[in-house]
Design a protein around this ligand. Structure first.
Ligand code: ADP
Ligand code: MG
Length: 386
């Protein structure tokens, strides 16, 4: 981390020929439980992870904005007067979309100065760990400070979401940005996606002798196309047929009635969301009362629900989960939007090497590409680094 911060500051000076005013960073996230509940105004339980995106930024004395990334060869340049979602595309739509979205939440884009920003990251891209929220949140905290906007973190989360929804064009919820902005060390963020009320809940993995393993299957997912939008539409249709504003308003006890009113596919989509909301609440209670060693079955049940009812898993994710479970993990599930990306497993430290070897072997045996395996810990949210 120290290196990434300093390297980004050094590269900024090299590329822009001046010193940065500051360096900010924001983490990726992994969702412990609560999948596809966010846009149904339900509950999620993500954590900020120890992989971060760094933004070195300096104000200019004109109205030009220039953005660079270690991922791209060229700088993207735009006049603030021309900034709008319709002119943004590619990776720069994330940082420039944030600058535009800040205008939607109170920044006077006709008055603020331009800036140069350089971005680097060690959050894997497209792995379901939300490199997108990390880049949005790093830029959002940086501009909030240098433009002296005084926006709170809940508002900055909405700014990132607006950028992603409108400037990038991906219909995602508020979870990723909230985790990246509100996360704390060794804790999860219990987020009510209706009220945006957020509580930090101690996770206590290390004290329980557990580690969180990420199993990145390497199968690529895309939010902007395909299944994600389709599942979202099913949820909206289910809520409309049940006469509620969102599936948040449906409880497990209502499912019998829902089965009679809905077609089979819509019913199973609804059942996933409704039972998943309940599992989040149960996980929070279990963490508080018994600690993380007691939440394994909730993680396992979440995976089954996504596999069978919501149908967003893929064979690589199922294999990852089953292999981890069979070799000592106390719980495992796919995480993120689905159709690829990563699974998580809670693994006792003394079982970790067995789980790693078993995963490599199982993926090879099935002819799948080797998964990327690494542990993460719960870390602090977006902050100024120096
Ligand atoms: P995920 O959030 O799961 O990693 P997304 O598709 O939501 O996947 O977001 C990934 C996209 O975000 C990348 O394709 C790129 O456009 C942008 N992005 C993320 N990190 C960076 C970075 N450090 N520099 C430039 N663009 C980035
Ligand atoms: Mg993303």
């Amino acid at each position: 981390m120290t290196d990434l911060r300093q390297d980004t500051r050094d590269s900024f000076a090299e590329i822009f020929g001046r010193d940065a005013d500051g360096v900010w960073s924001a983490p990726g996230r992994v969702n412990l439980i609560g999948e596809h509940t966010d846009y149904n105004e339900g509950f999620v339980l993500p954590l900020a992870i120890n992989r971060r995106t760094v933004a070195a930024l300096g104000l200019r004395d004109d109205r030009i904005v220039r953005v660079g990334s270690s991922f791209a060869d060229e700088l993207v340049e735009i006049d603030l007067a021309d900034l709008g979602p319709e002119v943004l595309s590619g990776w720069s739509a994330y940082p420039l979309g944030v600058a535009w979205a800040l205008g939607e939440f109170g920044a006077d884009l006709d008055a603020v100065p331009g800036f140069d920003v350089l971005i680097d990251s060690n959050v894997p891209v497209g792995a379901g760990l939300s490199s997108s929220a990390a880049i949005e949140s790093a830029v959002a905290v940086a501009l909030n400070e240098v433009w002296q906007l005084g926006l709170d973190r809940q508002t900055l989360a909405k700014v990132g979401q607006r950028a992603e929804n409108v400037a990038v064009g991906a219909p995602t919820g508020i979870m990723d940005q909230s985790a990246s902005l509100l996360g704390e060390r060794d804790s999860v963020v219990f987020l009510d996606c209706r009220t945006l009320d957020a509580q930090v809940v101690p996770l206590g993995l290390e004290a329980a002798g557990l580690e969180m393993l990420i199993i990145d299957t390497g199968v690529e997912h895309s939010h902007a196309t395909g299944g994600y939008a389709d599942r979202r539409a099913s949820c909206e249709a289910g809520a409309a047929a049940l006469g509620v504003e969102s599936l948040r308003d449906v409880s497990v006890a209502d499912l019998d009635r829902a089965r009679e009113l809905l077609d089979d596919v819509t019913f199973r989509r609804v059942r996933h969301v409704v039972t998943e909301d309940q599992r989040v609440l149960d996980t929070v209670r279990t963490l508080r009362e018994h600690g993380p060693a007691a939440i394994g079955e909730l993680l396992d049940a979440s995976h089954r629900s996504m596999r069978d009812d919501f149908e967003i898993s893929v064979p690589e994710l199922d294999l990852a989960v089953e292999t981890a479970q069979a070799n000592g993990a106390i719980g495992a599930r796919m995480t993120g939007g689905g159709f690829g990306g990563s699974a998580i497993a809670l693994v006792p430290s003394d079982a970790m090497s067995r789980v790693l070897v078993a995963l490599d072997g199982a993926f090879a045996e099935h002819g799948f590409g080797q998964p990327d395996l690494f542990t993460v810990s719960a870390s602090e949210g977006a902050k100024r680094e120096n």
